[in-house]
Each structure stands twice: as structure tokens, then as C-alpha cells.
Design a binder for this molecule. Sequence first.
Ligand SMILES: O=C(O)CCC(=O)C(=O)O
Length: 230
Amino acid sequence: MKLLLAALRQTHKAAVHTGQRRRRSSRGGGGLVALREEALVVGSSQELVRRLGSQAEVRTGFITEEEEDALLRELEPGLKKKRYEFDHWDDAIHGYRETERVRWGSACEEVIRRVRSTAFPEGSPLLGPVHVLDLDKTGYIKPHIDSVKFCGSTIAGLSLLSDSIMRLVKEDSTDEWMDLLLPRRSLYILRDQARYNFTHQILKDEESVFKGRKVPRLRRISVICRNLPG
Ligand SMILES: O=C(O)CCC(=O)C(=O)O
């Protein structure tokens, strides 16, 4: 199982350095798009945010508190048996434990069904196991692009327990970036160019700032559905 989960990610180390250095100088002139009542996506230009807006989507309050509790009740016992992994310097993720789940209790099954019917085109072949990633408060996800061998055009993830920021950086033009604010209990969906041409990462607590406002990164569990390559 570890191999399959690791295979879903391909790290792109170059983007870590150039992307972050250039972003600092370009931030401030960024564009933003109003999604529902609050702007949850900002980027290096309004044009980019407008162009990629539908491919990097955040839906606030996608699950209720009761549904979050149901997911946690189902996931915590298995996760607690594992240790957080910190010591692999080359991993795409620091401070995490993870698992996959195929079968769910009825409340959770209904949530997963809703995620899938919202995020994926009808008839799209789906990756059966749902990926569950538990990030410690000090954990973070480095920039990477999910493997095109194992994962199709769409990645959809629920965020439990904590708000966080997902940063997308264009792989071959690191001046182009977007930050997505992922509130607790929201769903994000990355599609097409946002999935294939941009690295994605979850920022560590020290860097977790959105539109000048600190977004405390606590322990965070994500529940991620993917489709199969077409
Ligand atoms: O935790 C998340 O929502 C993103 C996970 C991720 O980047 C991955 O598993 O490739």
C-alpha cells in the first residue's frame, strides 16, 4: 500500500526554490476571485486566476460537523496504530501517516458518493481506494505533481480538523502561482491544467498566510478521491 501511495506523487524539487523566491517579489499585485462569500483563491495575476478558476475550485462547508465527526470516528482507530513519519528527507511529505480505504460505513459512504458526483465527470473511471492523509501539526506537503501513470485528470480532497493553504506553482514558469485557502470541512478540486501543469503543496504552519492573514495549520486529515488515467 505504501508503494501505491508513494507512486501517486512525483516530487519536483526545482519548483520548491525558484517558486518560493520569485513569489515573494510578485505577491501583493495578485488577483483574486470571489468564490461564494469569500475569496478563497489568489494568484500571481487576475488573468491566471480567471483562466484556471474552474480548474482549482474550493467549496466551503462541503461536509457538516456531524459528517466530519463520522469520518474521524471511522478513520482515527486505524490512523492511531501508525506512527507519523518525519525522517525521510527525500519524501514529498514531511510529518505524516496515511492509509487507503475502500469500504466505508453508511454515513461516510454517502459523503464519498457526494464528493465523487460533485468532482468527477459522469462515467469517469475512478480509483477505488480513497487516500487518507494525516498531517501532524508540524507536517507539510512539498511541491509535487501526482503521477500521471496512476492518477487521472481530477483530484478531489476534503479537509478535516484544520484550515490550510494549498499552493499551486506552474511547473515550467514558477512566476505563475495560485494559493487556495482550504477551510476545515471544505472540498477542493484540481482538474486538467491545474492538476497536470502546476505542482501542489500544503504549506507548513510557519508559512501559512493568506492575503496577509495567518491561517494556523493544526493537525489536518485529508480524504482524497482520484480518477484513473483516461
Ligand atoms: O492533503 C491533501 O489534500 C493533498 C495531498 C497530496 O498532495 C497528495 O497526496 O498527493
